[in-house]
Design a protein around this ligand. Sequence first.
Ligand SMILES: Cc1ncc(COP(=O)(O)O)c(C=O)c1O
Length: 463
Amino acid sequence: MNSDETIRLDRKHLWHPFTPNSVWMDPSFHPVSIVAGEGSWLVDAKGRRYLDGNSSIWTNLHGHRHPRLDEAIRGQLGKIAHSSFLGLTHEPAARLAEELLAYVRDGKNPEKLSRVFFSDDGSTAMEAGLKMIVQSFAQTGQPQRTEFISPEGAYHGDTVGAMSLGKSDLFHRHYQPLLFPSRRVMTPFCYRCRFNRAKPETADARSYRQCGFECAAQAEEEISRAGEKLAAWVLEPRVQGAAGMVMHPEGYAKRTCAAARKVGAKILLDEVLTAFGRTGPALSAHAEGVTADVIALAKGLSGGYLPLAATLATEEIFRAFDGPVENTFFHGHSYTANALGCAVARASLALLQDPGEQKRREDLTKNLRQLSRTFWSHPHVGDVRQEGAILAVEIVAERSTRRAFSPSERRGARVCQAAREFGLLTRPIGDVLVLMPPYSTTPDELERMVTALHRALTGEIPA
Ligand SMILES: Cc1ncc(COP(=O)(O)O)c(C=O)c1O
């Protein structure tokens, strides 16, 4: 089938996530139809090659068609693709659980996590986490602990529970009647913080902020106010992805999680985006020595190959479900612990721990830091922030005042659309341009990504 036919059928029958009809259905818009991938490259139906600048929406770790991941799936496919996990078990899931728990312990960080509940994606991993926490409190004599606190702009997925914790007027306004109430505290976002008295500099705003760390203090106060009603403090540790790759000031996770512990609440970390070395360590929270009671993992868990997610929990939480049948965790999905997903996730974890691969990732992170300096030469760049292998470039109408472009101008989207012409695929978050390369990206490919984005920026927004 040629690509025109694919697009005709697509426009007739399909419905894409987070995609305005006005854009997709506009005949002057030409969707890219992907037919193949190889390493950090994607190939479209016309044979054009593009660098996968956001790792296929933050999922892909080792590149496309990695021989070891492909082999893991083939090996499992020769046995069975899927069987129910209700009342049955299988080796790929049992082994993956053990390896995953050892991986997040990371040799030095004493995680108390000892249980793995599998599901399909980030939203379901979070949903399971919320329910586990509330039910475990209810079954251990603290039924009043039903409240959750998270930072403004948090994004945990699109199911009703996950949406209830997050906050987006644009995304959620029609669903308000469905959402449960939750408390929110200010986003720890140095570049746009009203407490940051520092004038803009050509550096990551976290490095020159002048403030009294009000974001952490406010969160501590709110946590303490919630006290014994608080079920959990919920955090995307160190990087709030969909909020605009907001990178938190050093120490925020540590202080706020300590406050939650003080009032006897649980800590629920959403590491859907940040785990598996994306920000450096196995878990992003490890950079601040934070340990959690529940952790949601997805995206990179299968190396970006198959929908697989995991909610990790402590033995204490698991044991709260002992006793009569009514104490069961009445929650699950048809594809829980899909065997193909588990097999490929094991191969991905093995690669992540390969010393050669770790060195490659470290080099990638260093090169990205070095190359990203080029963005400062553009006067409409307001903030360049990086955490591990995540780079965010925030473009503004006026650097000296941090004044934003009007959202209706869709500047970020226009820059990323233009980047296609230079062989780069990536998606912005508003006016935040994102580069999050697969770990397989070579120095030359990385340089091409940065150059393509810079050229697109200069073309769309002349200096
Ligand atoms: C931090 C975080 N949590 C949860 C999710 C939801 O994951 P999924 O899209 O797999 O449901 C996302 C998705 O971007 C995310 O970034």
